[in-house]
Design a protein around this ligand. Structure first.
Ligand code: NI
Length: 199
């Protein structure tokens, strides 16, 4: 991730969507009935059909019944992406056997360079349970939109490019709905604590 202020915008939108979801949830309390109609959902996430490291099609349905811990980034990222994936790996290690309930998923925002083969090699650095997903430019754009991800190419000297992108870890429930999300700066201990509480 190349840091700039613009990259914060989708994060703030995400926060307001979450707050919006919470407020809506609150307003669904039916007076007099003494119960909560639990239909409140932040509008973040949704179905996807992408391509796995083995070149086969992978959909969100494949993870139903487990939690998805999703991070969007790109394998050529020099700093934040590998650091954040490593935080996810350490947190999962800290929760021991319960980590089997969680699928750590990396979705590339740079599908032109992150082919299944590139992702297959890249994910090995973080552990055998990590799933790397890519797709066509349009498929990736569609999933970015659903998760409110900000990602744009930034030309670098020498004709290469980096990606300027938001950096958020999403925890999606066994039903595929958003449970919570975390800033990239979360520590492995804090993420482990969160996972223990929420799964
Ligand atoms: Ni990055």
């Amino acid at each position: 991730m190349l840091r700039n202020r613009q990259a914060l915008i989708p994060y703030l939108l995400l926060v307001s969507a979450m707050i919006g979801g919470v407020l809506w949830y609150e307003s669904e309390k039916v007076p007099g009935l003494g119960r909560v109609v639990s239909t409140g959902q932040a509008d973040v996430g949704g179905p996807f059909r992408l391509t796995g490291q083995d070149g086969k099609s992978v959909t969100d349905q494949d993870f139903r019944g487990r939690y998805m811990l999703i991070y969007f980034g790109y394998s050529f990222c020099p700093d934040v992406c590998p650091t954040t994936l490593s935080v996810m790996a350490q947190a999962l290690e800290k929760i021991g056997g319960r980590s089997r309930q969680v699928a750590p998923i990396f979705i590339t925002i740079d599908p032109e360079r992150d082919t299944p083969k590139v992702l297959d090699d890249y994910m090995k650095a973080f552990g055998p349970s990590f799933v790397g997903l890519t797709g066509s430019v349009d498929e990736i754009k569609a999933v970015e939109k659903k998760y409110r991800v900000y990602a744009v190419k930034k030309p670098l000297e020498g004709g290469n490019y980096g990606m300027d992108h938001s950096s958020v870890i999403y925890l999606m429930g066994p039903d595929g709905k958003l449970v919570s999300f975390y800033d990239e700066a979360i520590s492995p201990d804090d993420l482990a604590k969160e996972l223990k509480q929420k799964i």
